[in-house]
Design a protein around this ligand. Structure first.
Ligand SMILES: C[S@@+](CC[C@H](N)C(=O)[O-])C[C@H]1O[C@@H](n2cnc3c(N)ncnc32)[C@H](O)[C@@H]1O
Length: 292
């Protein structure tokens, strides 16, 4: 299954794509946005596609093979954006796109434990070859207090205290290894009830954000992204979480009329049709700025 990109035409319009542009897609995924980007910048444009996940990168390469423009694929964390561009002799970019989070095949086909619906080992790293912490490390080693804080902060989980206690109780008897182990623990506290979302949604989200240090990398990359743009170049960012959006919004505000001009005061959201057809678009927010 190929990832369905969100807000594609809105991104194309916001980046003011034209033939010959140099565009960086920091979160290549399955290459859905990049495909539209390539259609607009060909034949002489350059696409730099970055993804921390080598499997995503390889899939995108295949999906984008038919386009003639120059394509540079990089398997790295976008937090290293400045060094990546330097290494590849890209002085400034005309446009940069970031579309945070996971792609659908990562969630459902990669065996990394992102989904509470599949029984897999708790991993949740986008970059499965780095030796950073996994979801399994977090649930088995974080203190009860740290677990509570992370579930509350990243998951806005109202039962964070009770779930943290339950995790610590469980791991005293047996290591927590799989997604099912974790779902079982969470569902002792969060009963199925009438809620529209799965009772473990917020817990899984919080742990994934911690594993990949998601908010910290966003904070770090924003100034580097602005610095990497040519004057008149645009930065388009799609977020799916209120904390992500808040970081982007506040950074843009703090730099407004200094290094950037804010293009849309309110975030762009999906059309009624997109919201109906692609559930993932329901929480998507697009913010765009221009380098001055
Ligand atoms: C929402 S998907 C992008 C989908 C893509 N726009 C498309 O149209 O198919 C996000 C992608 O970003 C990657 N990713 C997440 N955090 C990253 C990071 N810090 N550095 C590099 N890639 C990252 C994930 O591996 C995933 O493939």
């Amino acid at each position: 299954m190929r990832h369905i990109p969100v807000l594609v035409e809105e991104v194309v319009e916001s980046l003011q794509l034209r033939s010959g542009m140099i565009i960086v897609d920091c979160t290549l995924g399955d290459g859905g946005h990049s495909e539209r980007i390539l259609q607009k910048i060909q034949p002489n444009g350059v696409l730099i596609g970055i993804d921390a996940d080598i499997v995503s990168l390889d899939r995108a390469k295949k999906n984008l093979d038919k386009y003639d423009s120059k394509k540079i694929f990089i398997n790295e964390n976008f937090v290293n954006l400045e060094q990546i561009l330097q290494k590849n002799k890209i002085n400034k970019a005309d446009g940069i796109l970031m579309d945070f989070g996971w792609s659908s095949p990562q969630f459902s086909e990669r065996g990394r434990g992102f989904s509470f619906n599949l029984d897999e080992v708790l991993d949740m790293r986008y970059d499965a070859k780095n030796d950073g912490k996994t979801a399994k490390d977090i649930v088995n080693n974080y203190s009860e207090k740290d677990l509570e804080i992370l579930l509350r902060k990243y998951g806005e989980e109202k039962n964070s205290k009770r779930i943290a206690l339950e995790i610590v109780k469980k791991r005293k008897t047996k290591e927590i290894v799989t997604t099912n182990d974790l779902v079982e623990i969470v569902m002792k506290i969060n009963k199925k009830g009438k809620a529209k979302i799965h009772p473990a949604t917020r817990v899984f989200q919080a742990i994934r954000m911690e594993v990949n240090n998601e908010l910290e990398v966003i904070k770090k990359v924003l100034p580097d992204a602005v610095e990497s743009l040519s004057v008149g170049g645009r930065l388009a960012i799609i977020t799916f979480h209120s904390l992500e959006d808040s970081i982007v919004k506040h950074y843009f505000k703090s730099q407004s009329d200094k290094s950037i001009k804010i293009i849309n005061k309110k975030p762009i959201t999906g059309s009624v049709e997109e919201l109906q057809n692609n559930p993932r678009s329901r929480s998507a927010k697009l913010r765009v700025v221009e380098k001055i």
